[in-house]
Ligand binder design. Sequence first.
Ligand SMILES: *Cc1c(COP(=O)(O)O)cnc(C)c1O
Length: 385
Amino acid sequence: MFISKFIETKLILGGVDGDQATGAVNVPIYQTSTYRQAGLGENTGWEYSRTGNPTRAALEALIAELEGGVAGFAFASGMAATSTVLSLFKAGDRLIISSNVYGGTFRVLDKVFKNLGIHYSIEDTTNLETLETKITPDVKAFFVESPANPLLTVTDLSAVAQIAKNHGLLTIVDNTFMTPYLQRPLELGADIVVHSATKYLGGHSNLVAGLAVTSNKELADRLAFAQNAVGAVLGPFDSFLLIQGIKTLGVRLDRHTENALRIARYLETAEAVKKVYYPGLPTAQGYEINKRQAKNGGAMISFELNGNYDVRKFFKGLKLISLAESLGGVESLVCHPATMTHASIPKEIREKVGITDGLIRLSVGIEKVDDLILDLNSGIQASLT
Ligand SMILES: *Cc1c(COP(=O)(O)O)cnc(C)c1O
């Protein structure tokens, strides 16, 4: 159903809007595992909730519409979405992954799929020339993030998707950091988008969920089969919560990203800060590419303190911003990638890609930005050894 060409409106009215039967403005929570059948072979279109559930289906239609794909799929977590997508590959296949890919994505490839004969190579997907030379006959897909976790490195998504097409490969993009409000990889040529909806799409740090969307009908059929066969589906209540979260995505991200730009500028001038990573700063790697493919720089910032500032004391010195894993909620969170989100990546690889022990990652929330800057300043004062 055509509602509007504007994503701000689709966020609220897209997918399945409310309930036809009662006029309820929200999609009901169909908390059921099964559906009564009138006779053999006579069903309502709903048979069993692993295969399909109306609340989950409403969410799936919504994310498909937002990303501009043909079908959406909801999973119990972002990793369940990624793992189900990876289950489309077979023994002997290889994926090329971005060097700053999410730690859990690396872990599932390295510790689970590698044992099944599905291999990976870590490459710098920001370097298009060398990327093309890394394509061996067993490579079947690129798996990229842009901006990538945690150094916010920007990959040219349409260029990578074009290289993939030239070589008959799939392009899979983890769009968690941007969401379809800021960036739509399928429109740039990608085949599959995955999300940890736990982050911005949910937006309130109150659920764990994953989504996948594809632009290709054949892939949609294979994903539907894998979703049902593997079975890591999202439950009706969490599907409902996620639909609620998505309604406010636009207004939240407007504030998140406005705050982030202010904070990045503050950190850039702070004497304690050695380096700021934020794709919304004109000095950042990939600024121009990001500007072309995304609405703005998003709301994730990483920064490194100078050597005479103690990172541990910095975290202790914060009063308002919480030290926690995760990101994308309304509240600001900081984390230490080397010991938290990226601890599963061996130290040599971490150091090689720039995830140093002094690196701090900040998920900028929607609080009053002046409070956040004051708090970061307290952290910096406390960290001066
Ligand atoms: C959190 C995250 C994931 C994993 O999602 P879960 O919902 O925690 O399973 C994948 N990719 C990125 C970029 C993430 O931030």
